[in-house]
Design a protein around this ligand. Structure first.
Ligand SMILES: [Fe+2]
Length: 384
């Protein structure tokens, strides 16, 4: 693999494991992602993510990397989705989606918080970009507020065609740490209903082992599947999950075990829906009651969150990090959600995509498919 990468991208490319040799995650250094990729180069990067679930490319800030470059890379992995947060009326099925007005865009709110020191990069206002940040609402005269860590999840899993791949570009991560526990801030007590009260103590412990300051924790659901006995794998292979966004939706059926069409690798596709609190309707196993489904999902979640399948990624400014949504779960740490010091800023750009990869650009996604699966039928313009 290293020989192939060096042939395609140059002799200075280096690859190292993010965990151990036989586990998920690779760091690829010496590669400039601000350049357009050839079809063969794009195929190689897609193969890397297929094999290793998470691949990080550090120091892209040395190449004048901007968010527009990230959107171009995303187009190779799938059709970038227009993120719901960029629309003022997402979720209302009866009206045409409209983009947030300029004064409510995240980039505007970032600039207003610390006008002398923090602003978003070029390309941040694209409908495809979800700005992951705690800067809006902050300012030097503001009182700090904290927010708890997240559920384990995969992003936007409630749509009939789920996201295949997500990627971050990291502009800034918090530089201060206030908690003696190693997290950025101490996790505040969970509000009632955050998790189902009947989940086991063992699962509660695994869920609450939240990642450290500024990190994203990942669980490798391909390795979790591979570790099961063959008889159990065969049982899981036949299971269909009904997912829905609202309790009133009919939902749709999707296999619990996802088979990567390029590699044949199997993974558990986000088996945690039953635990996602009140905001999104719980998933159910086809043919099982809601109660039995919850127990089933809880057992799988406890299996996936074991330390041997977990990797906590430390974000560094300049990183591009790409991961498969089909074969990982992730969660985020407790953090300050209102800041009064720019050193506490978390500012990252996420783009997610769905559908098949395209080694050559531009993509040729069918307009009807885009209209059915992507908010406002969004398609990237690729001028950079
Ligand atoms: Fe997420």
């Amino acid at each position: 693999m290293i020989e192939q990468l060096q042939q395609l991208f140059g002799a200075e490319v280096r690859v190292s494991p993010l965990t151990t040799d036989d586990r998920m995650g690779r760091r690829v250094e010496g590669l400039d992602l601000s350049r357009k990729l050839t079809g063969t180069q794009a195929e190689m990067l897609i193969e890397l993510v297929d094999r290793f679930q998470i691949v990080t490319f550090p120091s892209q800030d040395q190449h004048d990397f901007v968010v527009t470059h990230l959107e171009r890379i995303a187009n190779h992995f799938g059709a970038p989705i227009a993120h719901p947060n960029n629309y003022s009326n997402y979720g209302n099925r009866h009206v045409t989606p409209s983009l947030q007005p300029v004064e409510r865009r995240t980039s505007t709110l970032v600039r207003e918080a610390f006008p002398d020191s923090i602003k978003c990069m070029d390309g941040a206002d694209s409908p495809a970009v979800y700005i992951v940040t705690n800067v809006p609402g902050g300012g030097r005269d503001k009182v700090e507020l904290s927010a708890g860590g997240q559920h384990w999840h995969t992003d936007i899993e409630f749509e009939p065609v789920p996201l295949s791949t997500s990627m971050f570009y990291v502009q800034q991560v918090p530089r201060t740490r206030n908690s003696s526990l190693g997290t950025w801030v101490t996790n505040p007590p969970r509000e009632p209903g955050f998790y189902h009260p009947d989940s086991s103590q063992e699962l509660a412990k695994l869920r609450e082992a939240l990642p450290l300051n500024g990190e994203t924790a990942y669980a490798d659901t391909a390795a979790a599947y591979a570790s099961l006995a063959e008889t159990e794998q065969c049982e899981l292979d036949t299971i269909m999950v009904r997912r829905r966004f609202r309790k009133s939706d009919d939902g749709w059926l999707i296999p619990l075990v996802r088979v990567n069409p390029r590699t044949g690798m199997k993974s558990l596709h986000s088996p945690v829906w039953a635990s996602r609190g009140r905001r999104i309707a719980p998933a159910e196993i086809e043919g099982m009651s809601a109660e039995a489904s919850r127990h089933f999902f809880d057992r799988l979640e406890a299996h996936c969150l074991q330390p041997q399948f977990r990797y906590d990624h430390v974000h560094t400014p300049g990183d591009v990090t790409i991961w498969s949504n089909f074969s990982t779960l992730h969660t985020a740490p407790p953090h300050k959600k209102v800041i009064n010091d720019p050193k506490d800023a978390r500012l990252m750009y996420r783009i997610s995509c769905k559908g098949p990869p395209s080694y050559e650009l531009p993509r040729h996604d069918d307009t009807d498919w885009l209209a059915a699966n992507i908010t406002a039928g969004y398609r990237s313009s690729l001028s950079t």
